[in-house]
Design a protein around this ligand. Structure first.
Ligand code: DC
Length: 224
């Protein structure tokens, strides 16, 4: 990788493999991967632990004004720290997935998270994955990818991931969660999930992870 400052935006629905692919691309290029979903999850985690409902816009707005969130990278791996506590391992539950999606509708929450993400991406070359990276956070990104897969395939991947992590899961419930979160993320008023006009749509339904990573690297080659 040369010294040119580059930014890569990977957006798409939950379970499309954005985070895993972004990790692999970041490692290949020797740049950092910022998982912006982890930030919304950490925010939701803090809201729930303070008894603030993800639907309480005023409570969320007040929390957005005072929450302390730090992103650290340990050997390239992101740690998300809220009010001094590393919550990275506590935010990967179905409950937090949905609460993060609901909290992320609030304007004050989005403004705070987007501001942090933009400040981080200015400091060095990065790949960011999320829902609004290409449309809001990094509108001038070197490469924008919209990574998607069918809801059934995404539910299958999530389901297998939950089992692997030793959590209980029922495929039908996972699929219902995937569909509900897609709906909530793509119909919210502020910066909903949608491909940027200049994003390349990559459908990973029939791709292995390695094939998806190759596809992204190839798209980048054409742009740097
Ligand atoms: O990528 P994820 O599943 O960890 O994201 C959790 C939720 O956070 C997602 O359902 C919507 C929200 N989110 C967002 O609104 N904008 C982002 N850039 C990333 C996530």
């Amino acid at each position: 990788m040369n010294d040119k400052h580059i930014t890569i935006a990977i957006d798409g629905p939950g379970g499309a493999g954005k985070s895993t692919v972004a990790d692999a691309v970041a490692e290949k290029l020797g740049i950092l991967h910022l998982d912006t979903g982890a930030m919304y999850r950490a925010f939701a985690f803090q809201a729930l632990s303070e008894g603030i409902s993800p639907d309480d816009e005023q409570g969320l707005s007040e929390l957005a004004g005072r929450i302390e969130m730090d992103i650290a990278f340990e050997n390239g791996a992101q740690r998300t720290i809220v009010n001094g506590k590393d919550v990275s391992d506590s935010i990967r539950t179905p409950e937090i997935s949905f609460a993060a999606s609901t909290c992320s509708k609030a304007g004050a929450v989005r403004r705070r998270m987007v501001g942090m993400q933009q400040a981080l991406a200015k400091t060095r070359s990065m790949i960011l994955d999320g829902r609004d990276i290409g449309t809001k956070v990094l509108t001038g990104a070197t490469l924008k990818v919209y990574l998607t897969a069918t809801p059934e395939e995404r539910a299958k991947r999530r389901y297998e991931q939950l089992l692997q992590n030793g959590q209980k899961a029922d495929y039908r419930n996972v699929l219902a969660d995937v569909v509900a979160r897609d709906h909530q993320d793509s119909t919210r008023a502020i910066d909903p999930l949608r491909p940027a006009e200049d994003a390349v749509i990559v459908d990973s339904t029939d791709f292995t992870q390695a094939q998806t990573v190759q596809a992204v690297l190839k798209l980048l080659e054409a742009r740097v």
